[in-house]
Structures are given as structure tokens and as C-alpha cells.
Design a binder for this molecule. Structure first.
Ligand code: SF4
Ligand code: SF4
Length: 495
């Protein structure tokens, strides 16, 4: 990418901005997250401070707060407030690992599963109650309690106990409570399904793409893992429809883990998700946690190849959208909500600062607490850097823990040595746990970070699409910023 030659830059015309060549244009952004895509000549004029007051270019720049002396301070404050609103609350996401046991074996298992006979990794009732007590101490009025494992259906009685204890206790606490469960679904049965639907537990699963790929990467002793998961996705969706929920809003969502073998199969992956009635696909690269670390070369790939895969898959999804099919890519939706929507969707891993401790807490089966699920995953690999206490630690000590403070600093992009000058800073986020694991430092070196490569590549792609100016594509991207209604999954919160 080559930037236009500037003569003498003006020191007085522009307000602080960052710039980057994208798709034949020059992208400029400012702190509050406004952006413009300029032609080379427009950028030269902007940098040299020559646009005449009242000209079309001057007006466009001034409207977006790029011109010194023409700034709208109220608008700046309102935009920053909309983007940083999450800082006024405490942790909203509470991930509870009810057991490490799992009946499925995945080549990349990030959770470091335990065998089915490892019953000592089941959470006890007493720990479960102390966990719920701790969760309900959060200063955030909204609480999402996410059941995870291992496989949470392996310890279903503990799931039920936590849910019922939380509902009872919340009668006095009055949080806006939501339950979600991440499950491979293979141990689902009609009784469990009825219980989960009756109790408004939102269910999410994993689908790695077409059956042959899914079954190669996720193994069940006797069954096809793909068949089991897809059977229950359809069955759960039927139940949602039976109780009168709109299938466009209420359906099972699935998560993808992109491995080396996924890359050539971008079209099959998208078709599989559309065929299952999913409206969103999260093209997540494999992470260096759990078994993925030791299966490294088998599942890993250069991020350049991942970005080619990403572009092909999302181009195809955009084509399907043009034909009326509803399917969005979740990375794109997160970034677009910030870029086009001017808001932060509070996705904890792409937020500034990230959600470690101050946005989420992970509760292990043995009562130990971590800044986030990824910190807990590292603990299972023998590195307890992100352990912040246990269910008996006071809320104040947890939130003020030196590790929580260190992570807030390390994920503050204004203080991150590379991000501080990056054009994508208003929309981006870094992961100190990923930095620690891959580079041995919380702050990391973004130029060598695979996570930064993914974030930068995806934002390049999105701004290329926006800059190309196809109104149909821009309108689809705009629709991807819409947050899906989840009112049905909210529990009543009478005090
Ligand atoms: S992580 Fe990378 S893309 Fe994101 S702001 Fe930092 S340097 Fe930019
Ligand atoms: S440290 Fe990483 S995984 Fe943990 S909350 Fe922050 S971004 Fe997410």
C-alpha cells in the first residue's frame, strides 16, 4: 500500500487523527470513532490544511470533527459516552465450569477436557451455591450466567441446582438474569430439553462445518458428533417455534473453530450453517489454549491464509444476503456496530479495555476464580497467572486484584505501544492472555501478534467494502449491526 506524497503538513488545520491506505483510498479516524475515506487528492488537501471553508470537502471533514475550531464538543462527548458506557458497570458475564468432564474428544479442545471418569472435576453443590452468591454480588444490574465445561450436560443436576438456587436468591437481589449454555448437545434428551426451554436457558453449540470435517475434529465414541449436534439443533428450534417464538430471532446459534482443514471449505461451512437455520457464523481462528497448543502444526496456519478464507467466506455470505438469505459474520458485526453504529456491543474480547475481571469472571469447578475463561484455560495448562481468588474472596478484593488492574492497563489501547498509533484503535481490542501465552508479555508486540493480524485484516476488508460504495452491500453491512432481540431469555427480576 502506497500513501500519497504530502507537501508541508499543516500543524493547525486538523484535529488529532490517524490514517491508513485502504482499498485505493485513505482512511482517517479520530478518537471518538468517526471515519472518512478520502481520495489521495482529498487527503493531501486535508493534511496540508487547504480545504476552503464552505467547500464540500471542508464540510464533510468538519461534520465528522476532523477540523480544528469547527469541532462539535457535545457530539464528541455523546459519542465517547456511547462507546465507553460499559465502564460504568461491573462484570456482566459469569462463566461457570460445572465439570471438566466431556464425552467428546476435540483435536483443538481449548478447555483441556477431562475423561468421563474424572468425577472429581464436578462442581459440588456447596461450591455451586457459593459461586452463585459471588456472581450476584456484581455491581452490574445485568447478569449472564453461562454454563460451560467440559460438557455441562455431563453434570446436569449441578446445572439445575445452580439455576434454581440463582432464581431463588435473585428474588432478593433483583438482577436482570439470563442463563446460557454452551454444549456439544450429544447428551441432550427430551427431559433435559424441556427443562432448559421451560427455564429459558439459551443454548449454543459448536459446528465445525460439513459432517466429514466436524466428525474428523470432534469425536464421539460411537456416534457421529455432527449428526448428534444437528439433530438437537433442529429439535430445539422446533421447540422454540412450538412455544410461539419468532424463528428469525430465536434459534440455536453455533460456534466454529477454524483449523487448517477448514480453510479450503469456506463455502461448505457457510452452506452448512445456512442449512441448519443459523443466522450468524463466527469465523473464529483456533486459539493457542488447551489441546490446540499441543496439536499446533496439525490445526494451525499462517494468518494470511486465514484472511483469504475469511474474505472468500464473507464475500459469499454477502452474495447470499443479496438473494434474501439472512446470515451474518460475527467478527464483522462486532466491528461494524462500532464503525457504522457508533456503539460498542460490549464483546469482551474486542473492547478497550477488555473485559478481564471488569467485564467477566470465570468460575472453575473447584471454586477458583479467573479473570476470564481464557485465563482459566491457561490454568488447566499449568499457568495460574490469571487466578484472582476463589468463591470466598471478597468482591472488592477480586475487582481490585493486581492482575485485574494489570489486564485493564495492558488492554487499554491508548497505552498499547502499537495500537496507540493504529487507525483501527477506536474499534479494536487486544487480549493480554493471548499476548502472555504467545509472546510472554501482557502488553505484547502487535506487529508480531496473530490476533492483531486478524483484527487488522478484517477491518481492512470491511473498510474496502464500505469504500467501494456499492449501496446494496453497505445496506447489508448496516443491517449486520442490528442487535438481535433476546427478551424471551430474560428472567423476571422481582424484588
Ligand atoms: S490490535 Fe492491531 S489492529 Fe487492533 S488497534 Fe492494535 S495494532 Fe491496530
Ligand atoms: S484477557 Fe483476553 S480473553 Fe480475557 S477478557 Fe481480555 S481479551 Fe478476553
Amino acid at each position: 500500500m502506497k500513501l500519497v506524497q504530502i507537501g508541508r503538513p499543516s500543524a493547525t488545520f486538523a484535529l488529532p487523527f490517524k490514517h491508513r491506505a485502504v482499498g485505493g483510498k485513505v482512511l482517517i479516524t479520530n478518537t471518538e470513532g468517526n471515519f472518512l475515506l478520502l481520495t489521495d487528492d482529498e487527503f493531501k488537501a486535508f493534511a496540508e490544511g487547504t480545504p476552503a471553508k464552505g467547500s464540500e470537502l471542508y464540510t464533510r471533514l468538519a461534520e465528522r470533527n476532523f477540523v480544528r475550531g469547527a469541532e462539535n464538543q457535545e457530539q464528541m462527548v455523546a459519542r465517547l459516552r456511547a462507546r465507553k458506557g460499559f465502564l460504568s458497570y461491573g462484570p456482566n458475564l459469569h462463566i461457570v465450569v460445572v465439570t471438566l468432564r466431556c464425552n467428546e474428544t476435540c483435536v483443538y479442545c481449548h478447555a483441556s477436557r477431562a475423561n468421563m471418569d474424572a468425577v472429581h472435576t464436578d462442581m459440588t453443590k456447596e461450591t455451586a451455591e457459593r459461586t452463585v452468591d459471588k456472581i450476584l454480588e456484581t455491581t452490574n444490574p445485568n447478569v449472564t450466567l453461562e454454563f460451560q465445561g467440559g460438557e455441562p450436560l455431563v453434570a446436569f443436576p449441578i446445572v439445575q441446582h445452580i439455576l434454581e438456587y440463582a432464581l431463588e436468591k435473585n428474588k432478593k437481589v433483583g438482577k436482570q438474569l439470563e442463563f446460557t449454555m454452551v454444549s456439544n448437545l450429544s447428551l441432550m434428551d427430551e427431559d433435559k430439553l424441556r427443562y432448559l426451554v421451560e427455564n429459558k436457558v439459551q443454548i449454543c453449540t459448536s459446528i465445525d462445518g460439513p459432517a466429514h470435517l466436524h466428525d474428523k475434529q470432534r469425536k464421539l465414541p460411537k456416534l457421529s458428533a455432527h449428526q448428534a449436534a444437528t439433530h438437537w439443533i433442529r429439535r430445539i428450534n422446533e421447540e422454540y417455534a412450538r412455544i410461539g417464538l419468532d424463528p428469525n430471532l430465536y434459534h440455536v446459534e453455533a460456534l466454529l473453530t477454524t483449523t487448517r482443514e477448514t480453510l479450503p471449505l469456506w463455502k461448505d461451512v457457510v452452506d452448512t450453517y445456512v442449512g441448519l437455520g443459523c443466522k450468524a457464523l463466527f469465523l473464529r481462528p483456533v486459539d493457542p489454549f488447551g489441546f490446540a497448543d499441543r496439536s499446533g502444526p496439525k490445526v494451525e496456519y499462517p494468518r494470511r491464509e486465514y484472511l483469504e478464507f475469511y474474505r472468500s467466506a464473507v464475500d459469499y455470505m454477502l452474495e447470499l444476503n443479496k438473494q434474501g438469505v439472512q446470515i451474518l459474520e460475527r467478527f464483522a458485526a462486532i466491528f461494524l456496530t462500532k464503525i457504522l453504529g457508533g456503539e460498542d456491543p460490549n464483546f469482551l474480547d474486542i473492547r478497550n479495555p477488555c473485559g478481564a475481571g471488569i467485564g467477566q469472571v470465570a468460575y472453575n469447578y473447584d471454586g477458583s476464580l479467573f479473570t476470564c475463561d481464557e485465563g482459566r484455560m491457561l490454568h488447566e495448562m499449568g499457568d495460574s497467572t490469571f487466578l484472582i481468588g476463589d468463591v470466598d474472596t471478597s468482591y472488592r478484593d477480586l475487582m481490585g486484584h493486581e492482575t485485574v488492574r494489570a489486564l485493564a492497563l495492558a488492554s487499554n489501547l491508548e497505552a498499547q505501544p502499537d495500537c496507540v498509533n493504529c487507525t483501527y484503535q477506536p474499534y479494536c481490542g487486544v487480549c493480554p492472555v493471548h499476548n502472555h501465552k504467545t509472546q510472554g508479555t501482557l502488553f505484547g508486540r502487535m506487529r508480531e501478534s496473530t490476533l492483531c493480524a486478524v483484527h487488522k485484516g478484517i477491518q481492512d476488508y470491511l473498510f474496502e467494502k464500505i469504500g467501494a460504495g456499492d449501496p446494496e452491500i453497505v445496506s447489508i453491512l448496516q443491517k449486520w449491526t442490528t442487535v438481535r432481540d433476546r427478551t424471551h431469555f430474560l428472567q423476571s427480576c422481582a424484588l
